[in-house]
Every structure is written in C-alpha cells, then in structure tokens.
Design a protein around this ligand. Structure first.
Ligand SMILES: [Zn+2]
Length: 354
C-alpha cells in the first residue's frame, strides 16, 4: 500500500523511492492501526507493508497491483478527474484501490490481480453499495484470455452504457481494456493514457472443433460430460452425436455454471420427445441452473440471455415455432449415432438454414 498514518494521525502517501528514503518515524495502517514498515527495493514501487499479518482491508500486493493502482490514479488525473489512492471507509472496514471523481461523483475502482472468492467479491461490492458508492472491478493479468472464460465469470458486470462487460488493466503495456459482449462477438475498447481504439471481434463459430471436443471430454471421462452421456443414453442417444445446432451461435456469456452447449443438449433431452412445450416448463428448465456465480449481476438475467439466444437459433433454423401457450416442434434436430456419422453429415445443413 502507498498510504500510511503517522503517530499524529496524518496520512502520508508514498510517491517515489527518493521520498521513501527520507521518511522517518513510525507508521500504522490507516484501516486497522497495525504497525507498517517501508519497502524501498529496486523491483517494486516504494510501498508500505504490514509488519505482522495483513488486515482484511489489505490485498496481497504484487508489483502488478502496486503499479496498476498508480496507473489508474494517473489515468484519472489525465482525464481531469480528481482521484484518491487507497481511500479507507472505516464503517465497512474496506479500502478502495482508487476512487475517481468523474463529474464530481465518486467511482470506486478495484484492481483485482489475486484470486478472490465469489463470497468475498460479493461482500466487498455490497459494502460499497451500502455507502451508495458504485464500484468497477478491473482485472489483472491472471484473468486475461482471448475469449470469455469461466475464470472471468464472477466479474461479469452490466450497465446501461456498456451492456454485459468486463474490464482489464494491462499494466505492462499501460492500457485499460473493455470487453463488451454483444450478440455477435466482442466489442473491444483499448484506452491508453494518450488515446483509445476499438474493434469488433466476432466469436469464432467452430462447430466441428466443439463436436470433436465433446468426444475428447468423453474419452477423458470428464465428470460433467459423463453425467450428460448417462442422460443421453437413457433417452437412447449418444452425446458424441448430439445435434449440430447445440454448437451454433453460442452467446459465450460467462457466468453460467454449465457450458452452454451442455445446457442446450440437456434442453433437447428434456423437450425433444414431446411435440409441444409450455412456456412454464421451458422457463422451469432454466431456473434449475440459477446459481451464485455472478455476484455483480443477476444470474437469472445471464441465463435469460442464453435462453433467448437458444430459442432464437432453433426458430431461425426452422425447427421450433411459437404457439399461444409455448412452443411446438416443426422439425426435430438430427442426432447421430457417432461422432463420425455427425462429421460426415456436416454442420452445413444447420448453418445454411440460419
Ligand atoms: Zn491494516
């Protein structure tokens, strides 16, 4: 941390190595009052550290975390926003990494580089909300990936301005990255200290690759795939030969406990044997997958996106149509006895219809 308190209660913010060399006297943590020392080595920025165990308000501090906080503070200053480093909120026993004041209102920015449980993420977010403070979670290197992944799921955020989104900070390069997940792919925005750029990256629709991955999961006896295979077998089906449509136009939205293609396969097992399905039964199917994976957004809202896409894909392929009470099959999706038979038939039929 960069901010500590003197014996007389004054706050001292460490800015650089030269200042750290000249500091004298004893310092305590502003959050817990425990004694802290100064670390002024060659690798990390000069910073304070708890001489004993770190308190609950203090995250483990890597060079990435320390440098990221300074970068974020500086970024706000360049945008003309007042900023505070390590603001302590005693009533909730939390310390915000950075607080920006865009348009004169506080915005808490938490730079998360280390692992954090869903429970702790939820508690800390709720703490800020109790004080009426909006909070944005910005993810460090550990959470980087080319596409949305399960490890990012708990940080999924939603706002009117950005829709479904995730924030990252690449300290090494010095840029903030915003991912907006829309129906076609990722809108990616990069923000440097000196400018910004945006591009749209469509999600790769790779049904063949995913069909082969299903087979591999079965060969490796992946627990979830094996359970699903049992359910398929009970219906006289083979999971490796599941219909092509389950791999088509996925939302890629993280935050659902079960992979999207597995949800779709389960859905087919639940409803394919009957000529019609009611809205109530269809809704009940999705409710069983609601969970606590996304503390920053409503998990039912995440599932609703996955559900709406799936129904739209089935309807666009001419398989399902709306009735006054729910849905009716126009044509059942084709299952295959084996992966080979599925590959031979090809995904083209499904894709052409869409
Ligand atoms: Zn402390």
């Amino acid at each position: 941390m960069f901010v500590a308190q003197t014996a007389t209660g004054q706050l001292v913010t460490l800015r650089n190595h030269a200042q750290a060399r000249q500091l004298t006297g004893a310092f305590v943590c502003p959050a817990c009052g425990a004694p802290v020392g100064v670390r002024n080595g060659p690798v990390m920025p000069a910073h304070f550290y708890h001489r004993g165990p770190a308190c609950a308000a203090s995250e483990p501090e890597s060079a990435e975390h320390l440098n990221g906080k300074l970068w974020l503070l500086d970024y706000g200053v360049r945008r003309g926003w007042a900023g505070t480093l390590e603001q302590v909120y005693p009533t909730i026993k939390q310390r915000a990494d950075v607080v920006w004041w865009p348009a004169g209102r506080p915005l808490v920015v938490e730079f998360q580089c280390s692992p954090i449980s869903v429970t702790r993420l939820a508690t800390r977010t709720a703490g800020y909300h109790r004080l009426g403070l909006p909070v944005v979670w910005v993810l460090g290197r550990r959470y980087f990936a080319a596409l949305p992944q399960a490890k990012q799921a708990k940080f999924l955020q939603h706002s009117r301005a950005h829709g479904w989104h995730l924030w990252f900070l690449d300290v090494a390069v010095g840029r903030l990255v915003l991912w907006q997940l829309d129906t076609l792919g990722l809108a990616i925005h990069w923000y440097w200290a000196s400018g910004s750029r945006a591009l749209h990256r469509p999600f790769p629709d790779a049904p063949r690759r995913q069909a082969q991955a299903v087979q591999r999961a079965l060969m490796h006896r992946d627990r979830r795939a094996m359970l699903l295979q049992q359910a398929c077998a009970a219906a006289g089906r083979n999971l490796a030969g599941c219909p092509w449509i389950v791999h088509t136009q996925l939302t890629h939205l993280p935050g659902v406990a079960v992979p999207e293609w597995q949800l779709r396969t389960r859905w087919l097992l639940a409803f394919q044997a009957h000529p019609t399905l009611t809205t109530a039964a269809e809704s009940a199917f999705w409710r069983q997958f609601e969970g606590q994976l996304t503390p920053l957004v409503d998990s039912a809202a995440v599932l609703a996106v996955v559900q709406a896409r799936w129904l739209a894909v089935l309807a666009a392929a001419g398989l399902l149509s709306r009735t006054t009470t729910g849905w009716r099959w126009r044509q059942a999706p084709q299952w295959y006895p084996t992966l080979d038979a599925k590959l031979e038939a090809g995904a083209e039929g499904v894709v052409r219809q869409l």
